[in-house]
Design a protein around this ligand. Structure first.
Ligand SMILES: Nc1ncnc2c1ncn2[C@@H]1O[C@H](COP(=O)(O)OP(=O)(O)O)[C@@H](O)[C@H]1O
Ligand SMILES: [Mg+2]
Length: 320
């Protein structure tokens, strides 16, 4: 096991007497996507700014390490490992996309020829070749975000922070951005993203942390989070009516669908509970034709964890 790319212990931040982060613990393994999920004002941007060395945590915070470097002891080394793409972009609208890229290459002390090479490669990769010579102010929202990420990649960061990378984008651009984020990780980069969208976290992230009231209310894979709350069940379907009827009597507490020869039994989807259902079927000598596990979705989880603090509910259609 290598060191996690990002580790925070007891991360705290207050502005005046307003506590924004109240002891946040995080660990993000290298080469994974981590989503910090929370509604507006939850403290997501504050967390990103602290982890990317732009803002200092409160002195009462525990150790924070980014890219293997202690933020307090060696912020420069941590900074060298990371790239940040903000909710409010670093793109300069007055100059062209290409000029923005070359400026970034300059900031990273790349030679002129190396800067040109990296710029051309990234413009190509992010489908910005046609737009390269136009002022960035003429770009669509999606193009600006793509340019922003391309600029972040100029320095070859191992860890990338994306603060609400798809907020305000239309569904198509959101999908493109998801694709881009997945590709970043394929190349070995670690992605720390913030989002207000449950579905985004569900689709992209290896692990999700739910930020609520300055603390992590829950952390895990999407599947683990879904298993935290009741409402999961196993559905068994049969082709043989006799087997179906035997299963209904063998399993007891079930919801039945006689027409479909299907039954549902409450189940949290854990290995232990699944095995207990299978054992009972086996003892009765019954075999189901189909078994599916249904876990509640992240909306259910968020509401259970936070008492419904009001994430914007994307309509499912709008993001397909
Ligand atoms: N520089 C600051 N000074 C005072 N309050 C701040 C500052 N930055 C953020 N806050 C407050 O901290 C809280 C969390 O903000 P933020 O981290 O931007 O949340 P999010 O990104 O989740 O929407 C908000 O109440 C915000 O007003
Ligand atoms: Mg924010």
């Amino acid at each position: 096991m290598t060191d996690p790319a990002i580790v925070a212990n007891g991360l705290r931040k207050s502005y005046g007497d307003k506590v924004v982060l109240d002891g946040v613990d995080l660990a993000v393994p290298e080469g994974t996507i981590f989503a910090l999920l929370g509604p507006n004002g939850a403290g997501k941007t504050t967390a990103v700014k602290i982890l990317s060395t732009l803002v200092s945590p409160d002195p009462a915070s525990g150790e924070i390490r980014v890219g293997g470097h202690d933020l307090a002891a060696d912020p420069q080394a941590a900074r060298a490992a990371i790239g940040v793409t903000g909710q409010f972009s670093a793109v300069d609208g007055l100059i062209t996309g290409e000029e923005n890229m070359l400026l970034m290459a300059d900031l990273h002390h790349l030679s002129r020829s190396e800067g040109r090479r990296v710029t051309a490669e990234l413009l190509e990769r992010f489908d910005l070749v046609e737009a390269a010579k136009k002022p960035a102010s003429t770009y669509s929202g999606g193009m600006k975000r793509r340019l922003d990420i391309a600029m972040t990649l100029v320095g070859g960061p191992r860890i990338i922070f994306l603060d609400e990378p798809t907020t305000g984008l239309d569904p198509r651009s959101r999908h493109t951005m998801w694709q881009i984020i997945r590709e970043l990780v394929t190349g070995g980069v670690t992605v720390f993203l913030t989002t207000q969208y449950l579905e985004e976290a569900d689709r992209l992230a290896d692990r999700i942390a739910v930020l609520d009231g300055g603390r992590i209310a829950a952390e895990g894979t999407a599947e683990e989070l879904k298993r935290l709350i009741p409402g999961g069940h196993v559905r068994l379907r049969f082709s043989d009516p006799a087997a179906y009827r035997s299963a209904v009597s063998a399993l007891g507490q079930v919801t039945t669908d006689d027409e479909a020869l299907a039954l549902q039994i409450p189940n949290d989807g854990s290995q232990r509970e699944l095995r207990s259902v299978l054992d009972r079927l086996e003892r009765a000598g019954i075999e189901a034709d189909e078994l599916t596990v249904h876990t509640p979705d992240l909306d259910d989880v968020f509401f259970a964890l936070t008492g419904g603090a009001g994430l914007p509910h994307q309509s499912k259609e709008s993001v397909r």
